[in-house]
Design a binder for this molecule. Structure first.
Ligand SMILES: Nc1ncnc2c1ncn2[C@@H]1O[C@H](COP(=O)(O)OP(=O)(O)OP(=O)(O)O)[C@@H](O)[C@H]1O
Ligand SMILES: [Mg+2]
Length: 367
């Protein structure tokens, strides 16, 4: 087991998570819509990747795409269609290289016709989408077609497919132009007999509200699993295994210290592992690493002044009721929505203990 920091991992690179991966695979068999949620850097996308590979090994077509940063229906459609085309092309060994979506779409329609595959419903929708791209149809005229696309495709091929939508909470960006989109999606997802949907995301407050509020369209639609940090035992075992691959053994106190600071968040354990290797078990190599500081700084920079002030006060373990800040509960709600703070035993805690450490130490020093 090698430490890898940052990128999404694939099957064969990930530690444990067997239970979660199996649950995703099972959800395909039972067509149980599933929401895989968790705070940042817990390994959600890697778990989806692993489940995707295992399903593909069993000849299941998996269409996985990410909604992070989408602004409009074109963004949504392009990502879905790109991923659909890629999955089918992989299955039928059709090749496209970095084509712009419109060209890719036309080439794809051409080549499926050439190999004699009949995709009547799917092709109909793709042609309508092309009309939209060429301004002959409005977005509102194709939205239903787009949402139906995976089902149409599965019907054509007479197969069942799995659709995985990562960072699903960004779908809210489409609510302004299409206030009914979530309602439409739910009813379509519900109707689709040949597609199972797995969604994932890290903005925990927003997701919780989307999935668990009675007046929300997706209320009680998805079974939810939360991806948590590694337990104490797993974290120590993971660190020891990774260090051993490089022929290194650090003393137990060091590993405990890493666990205490990271509280077992997989991404940070990997970074700490790499630093322990480079720093020959000197924990300061990790504590001083600019990698995490830059990432955390970047994320904190997007907060408002009040949000940052509250993050700082909570990181010092000051109880909410003692905090003096205008609109403090509104600010708190916003931090909870973003998945930066959560409530535990009537106390509000930062969800990432390395962020807490950083704010309490490095960040405080900077100010
Ligand atoms: N099962 C695992 N075993 C080992 N390392 C892991 C595992 N899961 C995640 N990681 C570590 O965490 C990093 C982030 O993983 P991933 O991108 O899957 O998390 P995520 O929850 O999707 O993050 P984000 O919230 O930023 O989207 C990986 O690069 C790796 O360092
Ligand atoms: Mg992710």
């Amino acid at each position: 087991m090698k430490f890898i920091f940052g990128r999404e991992l694939n099957l064969g690179e990930i530690y444990d998570r067997e239970k979660e991966i199996n649950e995703i695979i099972r959800s395909f068999d039972t067509r149980q819509p599933l929401a895989v949620i968790g705070y940042r850097r817990m390994g959600k996308s890697s778990i989806l990747n692993a489940a995707k590979s295992l399903l593909e090994n069993n000849n299941v077509i998996v269409v996985k795409f990410n909604l992070e940063g989408i602004l409009n229906l074109s963004d949504y459609s392009n990502r879905l269609i790109n991923s659909l085309i890629d999955s089918i092309s992989q299955k039928y060994k059709l090749k496209y290289y970095k084509e712009e979506i419109r060209r890719k779409l036309n080439m794809f329609i051409g080549s499926i016709e050439q190999i004699g595959l009949k995709f009547n419903n799917f092709e109909f929708t793709l042609k309508r989408y092309n009309d939209f791209l060429e301004n002959r149809l409005k977005a509102s005229e194709i939205i239903e077609n787009i949402i139906d696309l995976p089902e149409k495709f599965a019907e054509d091929l007479n197969i069942k497919i799995m659709v995985m939508i990562d960072e699903f909470q960004y779908i809210r960006m489409l609510k302004e132009p299409f206030p009914y989109i979530l309602r439409l999606m739910r009813s379509k997802f519900n109707e689709h007999k040949n597609v199972n949907y797995v969604i994932s995301g890290s903005e925990m407050g927003i997701l919780n509200e989307m999935l668990n509020s009675k007046n929300e369209p997706f209320y009680a639609f998805f079974k939810t699993i939360e991806i948590k940090s590694f337990s104490h035992g797993q974290s120590i075992d993971f660190l020891m295994a990774g260090l051993k691959t490089d022929g290194i053994k650090c003393n137990h106190e060091i590993l405990e210290k890493i666990y205490n600071i990271t509280s077992g968040i997989p991404a940070w354990l990997n970074l700490a592992g790499i630093d322990l290797i480079n720093g020959k078990c000197d924990v300061n190599y990790f504590l001083k690493d600019a990698t995490y500081k830059n990432i955390i700084n970047f994320e904190l920079n997007s907060l408002t002044k009040n949000e940052m002030t509250l993050m700082k006060l909570l990181s010092e373990d000051i109880p909410m009721k003692e905090i003096k800040l205008s609109n403090k509960y509104r600010v708190l709600k916003s931090l909870i929505n973003k998945g930066l703070v959560f409530n535990i035993n009537d106390k509000y805690e930062l969800s990432d203990s390395l962020v807490k450490y950083y704010i309490n130490n490095a960040y405080a020093g900077k100010k």
